[in-house]
Ligand binder design. Sequence first.
Ligand code: SAH
Length: 427
Amino acid sequence: MTISLSLVEARATGDSSADASGSPAVVEMPAEELQRWFVQRGEPSWRAHQLRRHLFQRGTTDYAAMTDLPLALRQQLQQQLPLFATTLVQHRSAPDGTHKLVLRLRDGHLIECVLIQEQDRATACISTQVGCGMGCVFCASGLAGVVRNLTAAEMVEQLLRLRACARRGRLTHIVVMGMGEPLANLQQLLEALRIACDPRQGLGISQRHVTISTVGLPARIRQLADSGHHYHLAVSLHAPNDSLRNRIVPTNRKIGIAAILSAADYFFQRTGRQVTYEYVLLGGLNDTAACARELSQLLAGRKAHVNLIPWNDVPGLPYLRPDSRAIERMIRTLRQAGISVKVRKRKGAQIDAACGQLRRQLISTPPSPGSPTVSPALPDFPQPIDPQGDIIPVTPSALRPLSSMPPVAPQSEPSDPLTDAAAATAR
Ligand code: SAH
């Protein structure tokens, strides 16, 4: 079957994006600063409200479409005040309605975000960091460590740009499952989500439609539970015991499953919201009958939901997708223990929609002449330890694939109905 793939190399010109000069963009400016901008140019301060309403509430991403602003002012804005702080480097879309954007930040780094569309849902999957410092061995985002945290504005901007791609021009859900560890950048994330969920001056998304996925940072999980928000929590477990999890998720060596489960239990008690456990299935490694039994024992008695995610292969990594029997066995074993379980569907695989994949490709492929420049701005080392605990940096050696893994088998598209076809995932 031929897959039609639309790939747009976006150009900075004509896009209301920031230039390298660093003048602030509307998305980055607090309301008062924007008011001052207008007043200093002899305009009434309420122009700031008008402009912010266009950007955040109505989804207008182009000055030309803001026709209730005088033409001369729109031209002035176009020249002097970029709407966005990032530049769109690449826009890929798939026939199933999935869109993937690669954005270049002011400092040249690249981030990705994805829009997943189903009948009545438009879900934005956003990144919270450039790269990731958690070092999960199967994941493309963390292969070169973390560069820096994103600002709240850089996160909001992902939402605004994805909303502009949505069929109905609005987002219904947010999953914080892109590049990075969201709870390692909690303050900026909460600020971004405040704007996303503000019904009057923001994007008006329901807090209950927001899911934050974490590798499992207990202190931050408790902080989130105490924050009074209604966001959902997803914990990336990926193994039923510490010895296996230490190998798959290196940050586990300093944390341990017991502390994570206890923080997740606290989250449930405090908020009443069921915690989702994500479990990436790596063929032959964590999808065995023994793992299935151990996982069901670990979670039995908890009001937990398990999201099984068949591994999306990342070129160069020596893992295998699970076979259909292993997936079915995992589902059966968990259900027999009374645990609710779903297999995450795939979507956008043909546009490398798994976060970190496309950026990685762009960084390793030099841009062709005439195409927008892509900065290979990646450091060698991940972030330093956060003094507030929980955030464990991973040394490059920990980023190496597991040595005991079987050799890479030729990968083909799965023929398993559970993981195939209509399936959709942010990963
Ligand atoms: N740092 C956060 C967000 C990561 S992305 C966390 O660990 O939860 C969200 C989920 O996708 C995580 O469960 C992550 O482990 C998973 N993931 C990453 N790469 C993947 C891949 N190649 N295939 C399948 N799932 C993947």
